[in-house]
Design a binder for this molecule. Structure first.
Ligand code: GLN
Length: 454
């Protein structure tokens, strides 16, 4: 019992969960037992999953990592979590995350940072970030306190935390997973996906999460392939593109060394390696940091103290004062920064200079990929320009934080499927991720190349 309690305390110290729902996980085990006896097992029968706290879960607190949603218990269930339940899964709890999924280190959460289970091998005990915004999701899988979890990825939030914690995570093609019931950040970029230890587990989870949903107007009406059954690490006949523009200055040699190792592994699996060019890569980050805040500033207008969660009513104030007080108290600094940037780039005087231009560049970035995919079937890059960094290391420097997304955002802007798989460890013993980008709807190609690396 002492050992058990110590293990539970150690797991809780990671702060991965905002809410624990053990009764739900146990109930799913009972249902699975009954299903086994009657021969009606489903793909996820008896599997308890962690759910990122961005997914609306019926009757269970859904905070999106924000104070402004304190006490909000949705009267409905997101499509993705409903599908996971229909496939037999239960819920271990809701996973901590950056506030409204804005961040790369899980430090913007109103519920405190998530601590990575990894430590540097220098003998020190420095707390490291698990990455973000799906940091609770990544830490829970890496620490072995969830076999699989949901994440969401707007500009890298599944892939970067997967890389930082040595696990696997895939963002499918935009529209594969319904966004219905997922708290919106940037609607043209938001996409759900699974995170787990292996490519196979991700394939199994993804199959249950995807599918057309008439309740999401951007949902893709495409059949969901049997990805697990289609898994194969034989890459003969596949051409892997290596984009020259991703060899950027200032990226540590270790990252490039892991990248080279990934190239060698894919060659060993039978693939042909080709050099490609994605000429607008350097504009992807600034484009993302205009479009994402613009959409966020519009989406977050709904948090007004009337409809959800927190309400601050100043003495003698009117309705406007209530809005202002609620939003001042409910939103954290990063969310306020995004709303300010977003309203600025959408304002009458600057709309064309920023928002319209960003939309145009986004189209060019998409075109880069379309042209590259005439020469190759998949693209391999590093997932992030560094290994996990320490808590507080980048919080005072938003630009340094944003730079962490440099390799992840182009695929988001283009809506393409992309996955991070563990590539190896750096000199400090920390995991580094390899990043695969596929053609639209070619999750199978991405998963198969991931399997060859794994
Ligand atoms: N780190 C990026 C941001 O802060 C991406 C977040 C995400 O994908 N949700 O916007």
């Amino acid at each position: 019992a002492d050992q058990y309690n110590a293990a539970v305390a150690a797991a809780r110290a990671l702060n991965a969960y905002t809410v624990e729902t053990p009764e739900d996980a146990l109930a799913c085990a009972d249902v699975a037992d009954a299903a086994r006896r009657s021969g009606e097992l489903k793909p996820l029968s008896g599997i308890p999953l962690g759910i990122k706290d961005l997914f609306a879960t019926h009757g269970v607190d859904t905070t999106a990592g924000s104070r402004i949603l304190t006490g909000f218990k949705p009267p409905y269930e997101s499509t993705v979590t409903a599908k996971l339940r229909a496939a037999g899964a239960g819920m271990l709890g809701k996973l901590n995350m950056d506030e409204f999924a804005m961040g790369s280190s899980n430090e913007t959460s109103a519920y405190g940072p998530v601590i990575s289970p990894w430590k540097r091998n220098d003998g020190g005990n420095a707390a490291l970030t698990p990455g973000g915004s799906s940091g609770g999701s990544a830490a829970a899988v890496a620490a072995g306190i969830a076999p699989g979890v949901t994440g969401t990825d707007t500009g890298g939030s599944i892939r970067q935390p997967a890389a930082f914690t040595g696990i696997t995570g895939i963002k499918p093609t935009y529209g594969r997973c319904s966004r219905w019931g997922i708290v919106s950040f940037a609607s043209s970029l938001d996409q759900a996906g699974p995170m787990s230890r292996t490519v196979r587990d991700c394939a199994i989870l993804l199959e249950s999460m995807c599918g057309f949903d008439p309740k999401d107007s951007t949902s893709l009406d495409a059949p969901v392939p049997a990805w697990e059954q289609g898994l194969s690490s034989d890459l003969r006949g596949k051409r892997i593109g290596i984009p020259r523009e991703y060899r950027i200055d200032g990226v540590p040699d270790e990252i490039n060394a892991i990248w080279d190792r990934g190239i060698a592994w894919l060659k060993d699996a039978g693939a042909e390696i080709v050099e490609i060019s994605l000429p607008h890569t350097k504009y992807a980050l600034p484009t993302y940091y205009i479009i994402a805040p613009a959409e966020a500033s519009s989406n977050l207008a709904r948090y007004d103290g009337v409809r959800y969660g927190l309400r601050e009513v100043p003495q003698g104030g009117n309705l406007d004062a209530m809005y202002a007080a609620t939003r001042a108290a409910g939103f954290g600094a990063e969310v306020k920064r995004r709303i300010m940037i977003g309203t600025y780039v959408l304002s009458a005087g600057f709309y064309d200079a920023y928002f319209t231009k960003a939309q145009r560049v986004r189209a060019l970035i998409k075109r880069d990929f379309a042209q590259a995919f005439e020469k190759c079937d998949l693209i391999l890059t590093p997932t992030a320009p560094s290994a996990a960094f320490g808590l507080n290391e980048k919080m005072s420097d938003p630009l340094a934080m944003y730079l962490n997304d440099v390799f992840a955002v182009p695929a988001s802007l283009a809506g393409l499927p992309a996955m991070s798989v563990p590539g190896g460890l750096d000199a400090q013993g920390l995991p580094l991720g390899l990043h695969l980008i596929g053609r639209e709807l070619d999750e199978q190609g991405v998963l198969n190349a991931g399997l060859a690396i794994e």
